[in-house]
Design a protein around this ligand. Structure first.
Ligand code: CS2
Ligand code: MG
Length: 402
């Protein structure tokens, strides 16, 4: 029997910080898992190095489900982003190994293709409305079928979702950047620029918008109602999702579709949202929700209730997570959309993947496993660089949800 011989954790910053797990079997097969949790990277690295790696050595790498249950139930302390990200890294690395041993891409092990490609949405943004409209035009020209639109709110300086350079990177300070927020200003402004996007470009593409947990349920209801005729594909994270019940109130008032889940980590965190049909898209990911094994469980539950998938895919999820997401997205019957932002060149010097983009759709080749390689030598050129996500403060100085 082949056994797990080695499990190494790499922390590097090729363009941004990534935590990567590499498992090696006694047969010399390697598997990769992403363990990146933006702004809390070292907590997951320690969870892996200090607590999980010693438990993996000598185990049968083929027993993915059993190892998942052992790590989840065996910790006694359940759920949470650090735990679920660490378990995800192990799980994804084991699927990678299983694929390589079988000589099949992971999507074949998951049941094979349900579709020819994976529709993605790109991120159009601008510091003001004209620059946002230019950005939308650019992505329309590149053939994207779905575009998310965000711009800064006048008078508030920078905002979440707005790119500074080529790539959006919210974790930007060695201490958290504190950014002002006004719900009133946002609620007055956001519907007007989304309307301008529709007026200029029409309805021949999917338009998305991220509220980023900023509104109370009744404010979110008002927002959703005010943009109903713009036919958004979704409004994302209209209110913080810890309180799953809150979505019932939003639902009562608006038909604007709702997406949530990028910061949720387990099936229990989305259970009521799904079973009570309080959302339309579940945004949990392979990296923060327990790997392929657990994500499939969430997506299968969602399928029973006509809730579709829309996994988070910002650049703080490594190319390993993007590849794993595409394997899952190709197979699940209830796929909705995949978030996609290209990684910077430095990142791609360290991670080699076979993911391709054409006409706003992602696909990958038939390479066994995930189809990702990690260049450890190249990674050494990019040492860990501590970075925090920003914090939002209301105009009276009190802390708001970022
Ligand atoms: C955002 C993310 O992509 C999204 O929808 O909500 O950019 C999020 O802010 C970051 O991933 C946080 O690390
Ligand atoms: Mg988001």
């Amino acid at each position: 029997m082949s056994t797990i011989e080695r499990a190494e954790v790499f922390v590097a910053s090729p363009g941004r910080n990534f935590v990567t797990l590499r498992i090696t079997t006694s047969d010399g097969v390697t598997g990769l898992g992403d363990a990146t949790l933006n702004g809390r990277e070292l907590a997951v690295a320690s969870y892996l190095r200090d607590h999980l790696v010693p438990l993996l050595i000598g185990r049968d790498p083929a027993r993915i489900e059993d190892i998942w249950q052992f790590l989840y139930k065996g910790a006694y302390w359940r759920r949470g982003p650090v735990t679920m990200t660490a378990i995800a890294a192990v799980d994804v690395a084991l699927w990678d190994i299983k694929g390589k041993v079988a000589g099949l891409p992971v999507y074949q092990l998951l049941g094979g293709r349900s579709r020819d490609g994976v529709m993605v949405y790109s991120h159009a943004s601008g510091t003001d409305v004209p620059s946002l409209l230019d950005d939308v035009a650019k992505f329309r020209d590149q053939g994207y079928q779905a575009i998310r639109a965000q711009t800064g709110v006048p008078g508030l300086g920078g905002s979440y979702g707005v790119r500074k350079g080529e790539v959006y990177e919210p974790a930007n300070g060695s201490l958290p950047d504190e950014q002002p927020w006004s719900t009133e200003a946002y609620l007055d402004f956001a519907p007007t620029y989304l309307r301008e996007v529709r007026e200029k470009f029409g309805y021949g593409f999917h338009l998305l918008h991220d509220v980023h947990h900023r509104l109370t349920p009744i404010e979110a209801a008002r927002f959703g109602k005010s943009v109903e005729d713009l036919r958004l594909f979704w409004m994302e994270d209209p209110t913080p999702a810890e309180n799953q019940e809150a979505f019932r109130l939003i639902r009562r008032h608006t038909t604007t579709p709702i997406a949530t889940g990028e910061i949720l980590n387990s099936i229990w965190d989305v259970k009521d949202l799904i079973t009570e049909q309080l959302i339309d898209y579940v945004r949990t990911t392979v990296v923060h929700a327990g790997g392929i094994t657990h994500l499939r469980r969430i997506f299968d539950l969602a399928a029973l209730y006509q809730v579709r998938t829309g996994s988070h895919g910002a650049t703080d999820l490594s190319p390993i997570s993007l590849a794993a997401a595409v394997h899952v997205d190709l197979t699940v019957p209830n796929f909705g959309i995949q978030e996609y932002m290209p990684h910077v060149a430095e990142t791609m010097q360290v991670f080699r993947t076979n993911v391709t983009l054409k006409n706003g759709m992602l696909d990958l080749s038939d390479e066994p496993g995930l189809g990702v390689e990690y260049d450890e030598k190249a990674a050494e050129r990019f040492p860990y660089d501590p970075k925090y996500l920003p914090v939002a403060r209301r105009l009276d100085g009190s802390v708001h949800d970022w």
